[in-house]
Design a protein around this ligand. Sequence first.
Ligand code: PEP
Length: 243
Amino acid sequence: MRKIVIAGNWKMFKTQVESKEFLQGFLPTLEDTPSNREVVLCVPFTDLSILSNSLHGSRIQLGAQNIHWEKSGAYTGEISGAMLQEIGIRYVIVGHSERRQYFGETDETVNLRLKAAQNYGLTPILCVGETKQQRDAGETESLITTQVKTALVGVDQNNLVIAYEPIWAIGTGDTCEAKEANRVIGLIRSLLTNSNVSIQYGGSVKPDNVDEIMAQPEIDGALVGGASLEPASFARIVNYKVN
Ligand code: PEP
């Protein structure tokens, strides 16, 4: 059975005070959310501990935005699996395009981080996606195939979420057409040995397009940046409507 996973990616937004304010507005909106929808918040490291305490026993799962592959060591600015596991973190985003673009993340380091997450019992959310230039050059399929195959060497497909995030759609308001996202996600699924891996779409998901996106047969959820920062808009996304 494929699980529905709706995850917010707060990126580098929200102090602890702001994150608690968000929860006050957001938690009551989950009362009628169908129980088969996994709701995840991937927040900055400084918010993880405080939210972990506040959310104990709630239906929201917490996710980090990065994990290092070594157990510990001289890796200034990084965070280990043990540190995340200790405070009850369940998910971690790996290979987000912003990490690839600004912090030198490669398919090889993504692979190491995926395995580290699984070694500590976390579920990694592997992000893949093409630039506009690559799409226009007809390279989407080959690029996605390389990203998925390289990242998944030695990775357990029983504990994995993948997010298809076309880079040109992230933070731009320029959503990938739902049917096209469905097609690429179908391609990603065809590369997997476990067809039950949940595959999300990410890239300018908003309250007004989420119903159409989630109606696509291959799409199992959403990874949501900007629209996850405000309780009402993330609530509408999590409570998407099914026809
Ligand atoms: C993201 O950060 O993964 C993302 C999809 O951002 P946005 O929803 O703002 O496009």
